[in-house]
Write a protein that binds this ligand. Structure first.
Ligand code: MLT
Length: 391
């Protein structure tokens, strides 16, 4: 028996587990301290009423012989896949429901998709970025090349013609920096992927936070993207589903590599390894995409974006270098006084009882930076800002 040795190349803990462990240890030593959590992007507002009602109806159906359901389609119920297509149509993107795969969240599918790609592929990953992309490729032993996101390029790296990647990860709005690619920038990524016959794995988990109407919220708004991109999205941040679990992955029929339709491979993988998301959850997700659902979730998103505005404004007032928070729920700041990311993490926790996420956890270019999440309760955010001001 041999273990997968690649796992030994991973950092000992996943970023957010390490942060949680440090906070637990601090809390054990200082039980009296009230901690404000602006670290992991976990939502605090409850599910919106239309979602709750839809799930309640689904629970009742499951308790009646005539409407009870057993296994669903591995790809997701047609009613939800069609609702997702309807949502994309509002963005000017036409999809067929056989291109949509319902998942239990973007994180799972971003990792699982790698099953259908050879481990010989070279992977291009922006740095800093959501650590799941790096860790899942280390697990498979793939070669990773980084493109640098820096303050100079607004944390939006563009294609590097000296690199010939097979798989390209993009996250826009970006986690952790909140930066959003404009159409021209995404066009250059699509052209680059087509030129190298690469596949873009586009993470749009934060698309619902984009306020600037000129910015793309799906890679498929860019001509040619259906021939080179898979898009992953989640209702975690869009509709408060972090604990409910539901997302979707779009694999267009036009995406063909090695004379093989990628959609077919992914369907084969999913039908073998996945039994779908629960009926109750899928009915809740369907309600998100109704006119009333979209209205209700947008009110929650506006609440979080107001938190983001308050955080960014206060930090700027205090002389911090800050980006993000306008089209995203994350605020990305430079650590003060030359502190590195983990020093600032310890300092904020000890002096103000505030938890954030060290930028270094998102890649080498995140060192010296720090991420605050706007998903907190408003009173907690205001209390955190008052504590920051008094530091
Ligand atoms: C984050 O804080 O970056 C996210 O909540 C993590 C995730 O979505 O898995």
């Amino acid at each position: 028996m041999k273990i997968n040795q690649n796992y030994l190349d991973l950092k000992e803990s996943y970023l957010f587990s390490l942060v949680a462990k440090k906070v637990r240890e601090y809390k054990e030593q200082h039980p009296e301290r009230e901690i404000i959590r602006l670290g992991i992007g976990d939502v605090t507002l409850p599910l919106v009423p239309v979602v709750v009602e839809a799930m309640q109806r689904a629970v009742l159906e499951m308790g009646v012989r005539e409407t009870f359901r057993g296994y669903g389609e591995e790809q997701g119920y047609a009613f939800l896949r069609q609702a997702v297509c309807g949502y994309y149509a509002q963005k000017g993107v036409q999809l067929s429901d056989s291109e949509v795969f319902i998942s239990d969240g973007a994180k799972s599918d971003l990792g699982n998709i790698l099953d259908i790609f050879s481990t010989d592929n070279t992977v291009l990953i922006p740095d800093p970025v959501y650590p799941v992309y790096v860790d899942t490729n280390i697990m498979a032993g793939r070669k990773i090349i980084y493109v640098n996101g820096t303050a100079e390029n607004g944390f939006l790296p563009l294609p590097d013609e000296t690199i010939k990647p097979d798989i390209i990860y993009l996250c826009s709005p970006n986690n952790p920096t909140g930066a959003v690619y404009n159409s021209a920038q995404l066009e250059s990524w699509v052209a680059y992927a087509l030129e190298h016959e690469a596949v873009i794995l586009f993470d749009s988990a934060y698309e619902a936070f984009v306020q600037d109407q000129s910015l793309p919220t799906s890679i498929y708004q860019i001509p040619g993207a259906k021939e080179c991109a898979i898009e992953f999205c989640s209702l975690s941040k869009t509709a408060g589903f972090t604990g409910v679990r539901c997302g979707y992955t779009v694999v267009p029929h036009e995406l063909v590599r090695n004379q093989t339709a990628i959609n077919k491979l992914w369907l084969r993988r999913q039908t073998t390894k996945f039994n779908g998301v629960s009926y109750i959850v899928q009915r809740g997700a369907e309600a998100v995409f109704s006119a009333e659902g979209l209205k209700q979730i947008r009110a929650n998103i506006a609440y979080y974006l107001e938190n983001a505005r308050l955080i960014a404004e206060t930090l700027k007032d205090l002389g911090f270098w800050v980006v993000g928070g306008e089209n995203s729920p994350y605020i990305w700041l430079k650590c003060p006084d030359g502190m590195n990311s983990w020093q600032f993490f310890d300092y904020l926790l000890a002096k103000a009882g505030i938890v954030g996420t060290p930028g270094a956890g998102f890649g080498a270019n995140g060192e010296g930076f720090f991420r605050l999440s706007a998903f907190g309760d408003r009173n907690d955010v205001l209390e955190a800002l008052a504590r920051l001001r008094s530091l």
